[in-house]
Design a protein around this ligand. Structure first.
Ligand SMILES: [Cu+2]
Length: 171
């Protein structure tokens, strides 16, 4: 009798454990599902944005889209215009001399802590290529782009510091 009682007791315990296990699993499953449906609010999380770094201007006048120079077939094609970057900093224009094709664009990027003003020679009236004139200060971190349509050798200077010179050769 004691033995039977003992085994009944064991079965009862075992059934209880199974019940607790199933119930616990269901409960956790339910919680997991609930959590999936309603994720915790993120309103208090800090919004991380990538830092905006100033343009480095280290492209050194290298064409940014020179891959378009040749067509895929390698045959003669209309050459796509390129964009070149000239950095303006405490040591002047970098590069100071640049050879481009008619229709190409030059970006003048101010990487200095003072204003700069690229313009065609001759200071102060800029009459040699009047359109090639920023006509305003380019502030630190700012830039100005100009598309050269006229073929020729165009001397330039910094209108804010005319001793700073350079040349754009348009072929
Ligand atoms: Cu000038």
């Amino acid at each position: 009798m004691t033995e039977l009682k003992g085994s009944k007791f064991f079965i009862l315990i075992a059934a209880g454990l199974v019940f607790i296990g199933v119930a616990g699993w269901k409960y956790m499953d339910f919680n997991a599902e609930k959590e999936y449906i309603a994720p915790p609010p993120t309103k208090n999380m800090p919004i991380i944005t990538p830092p905006t770094s100033p343009p480095t201007g280290n492209t050194g006048g290298v064409a940014e889209d020179s891959i378009t120079e040749e067509s895929a077939t390698g045959g003669p094609s209309k050459v796509q215009p390129n964009t070149y970057t000239i950095s303006m900093n405490s040591s002047g224009f970098s590069p100071a001399n640049l050879t481009i094709k008619a229709g190409d664009t030059v970006r003048f990027v101010n990487n200095d802590t003072t204003n700069h003003w690229p313009a065609s020679d001759v200071h102060p009236v800029h009459a040699i290529y009047p359109e090639f004139d920023a006509r305003a200060d380019i502030i630190p971190g700012g830039e100005w782009s100009f598309t050269f349509e006229k073929v020729g050798e165009w001397g330039m200077h910094d209108h804010r510091s005319p001793v700073t010179t350079g040349k754009i050769i348009v072929e």
